[in-house]
Design a protein around this ligand. Structure first.
Ligand code: GLU
Length: 420
């Protein structure tokens, strides 16, 4: 088992390796590489929160902006007890590339608070969120840096941030965050957007690889918003979800799981363990199952040199950010596994965040069908652009996605020039 520190260093190291690989292909000069490898702004805040029992706790929060050459900074806020600045540097960088792959006019950011939100009451969580929002209001704003949900945060978290920011301004600023509830300026379809984006690129990949999605066996690591929604959407395409897991482990049935009942069981028992008609499996076992499509939809750094050789899937669709390290990537290439990299596969979330922001700025809202249609256009275009580069340059899909993204950001930086 790796320690948390090892994992976060690996995530940053993986992100840097992936960037350097693309930079070599593009022949980027050293100065520009240095700029693009560095976070532009890193804000750390330590702030007090009054707890329900009257005591005061001090929490640490961050907001990091990686690069804003192509537009305002954009990225999620996560609440996690093991959150580190190294993780955030990597995750902010991934956001820059993700926005560039989808060709939406944003740079990359990430933020969060070092906290296990499950240990807080709703009131404590609201107080923590509002105070954190106040502390990072130095950076956030509809023209500067626009947060969104990430691990352990949701539409309610965004509503509190939006309200706090608006109270300080004296008027409602809906476009300061995305992923809000629909009744206060959220976009129809945003909560399912990441999963839908994954579904759209999986469809493209299946067409390309001649895999029939109908009947395809799917294993999903993660049963949060993204993992659970992907499983449901792919079942709608006729696929068979054979395994699913959460942090405590998962369940497997080669004939396919009854997802409706799995969802009900999970809500009632807060675990998947003990679900009838399925074998109990660990998260590690899930990754090595005999399946057609493997979808890591949980945490970073899950597929490593230690387990990549066991993977049997034909396609890996990275719904999570940074689930595969450099060593595992090499093994997948040798095995001929078609990897849909995170910065392509999970770009649907931030794409619909962009649609939400555009709608807020115009106070003109679309319906869900319109959102999904436009999302499909963006994801299909991104897939074919990445795939064309992969074929032309004879590289894997991740390298191709990075060549596209890093190339776009480099071009913007060169066009703008170095100030002063
Ligand atoms: N947290 C999501 C991600 O990692 C969404 C970010 C956003 O919508 O700004 O892509």
């Amino acid at each position: 088992m790796m320690t948390e520190t090892d994992q976060s260093q690996n995530l940053l190291q993986t992100a840097r390796n992936q960037f350097n690989n693309a930079a070599d292909f593009l022949g980027l000069e050293p100065g520009l590489r240095k700029v693009m490898l560095t976070c532009k702004r890193e804000l750390t805040v330590n702030f007090p929160v009054q707890m329900d029992n009257g005591s005061v706790e001090v929490y640490t929060g961050y907001r990091f902006q990686h690069n804003v050459a192509r537009g305002p900074a954009k990225g999620g806020i996560r609440y996690h007890a093991q959150l580190t600045p190294e993780d955030l540097r990597a995750l902010a960088m991934l956001m820059t590339w993700k926005c560039a792959v989808a060709d939406i006019p944003y740079g990359g950011a990430k933020g969060g608070v070092v906290v296990d939100p499950k240990k807080l009451s709703q009131r404590e969580l609201e107080n923590l969120t509002r105070r954190y929002a106040t502390e990072i209001s130095l950076l956030i704003g509809p023209d500067t840096d626009i947060p969104a949900p990430d691990i352990n945060t949701d539409a309610q978290t965004m509503a509190w941030i939006m309200d706090t920011y608006s109270m300080q301004k004296g008027y409602s600023v809906t476009a300061v965050v995305t992923g809000k509830p629909i009744n206060i300026g959220g976009a129809e379809g945003r909560s399912e957007a990441t999963a839908r984006g994954v579904q759209y690129v999986i469809r493209e990949a299946c067409r390309e690889k001649d895999i029939n999605l109908e009947g395809a066996r799917i294993a999903v690591q993660g049963f949060g918003n993204v993992g659970a929604t992907i499983a449901r959407l792919l079942m709608g395409d006729g696929a068979r979800v054979v395994a699913i897991s959460n942090t405590n482990g998962g369940i497997y049935n080669p004939e396919g799981l009854d997802l409706k009942n799995v969802t009900i069981y999970n809500q009632e028992h807060h675990t998947l363990a003990g679900f009838p008609n399925a074998d109990k499996i660990t998260n590690q076992e899930l990754l090595g199952l005999d399946c057609d499509i493997l979808i890591p939809a949980a945490y970073e750094n899950q597929l490593t040199g230690a387990n990549a050789a066991q993977v049997k899937a034909r396609i890996i669709a990275e719904a999570a950010n940074g689930p595969t390290n450099t060593e595992a990537d090499r093994i997948f290439q040798d095995k001929g596994i078609f990897v849909l990299p995170d910065i392509l596969a999970n770009a649907g979330g931030v794409t619909v965040s962009y649609f939400e922001w555009v709608q807020d700025l115009q106070s003109f809202f679309w319906n869900e069908a319109e959102t999904n249609r436009r999302l499909n256009t963006v994801m299909s275009k991104a897939f074919s652009e990445v795939h064309n580069i992969a074929q032309e340059r004879k590289v894997d899909m991740r390298t191709a996605a990075y060549i596209l993204a890093v190339g776009r950001v480099a071009e913007a930086s060169l066009t703008r020039g170095i100030y002063p």
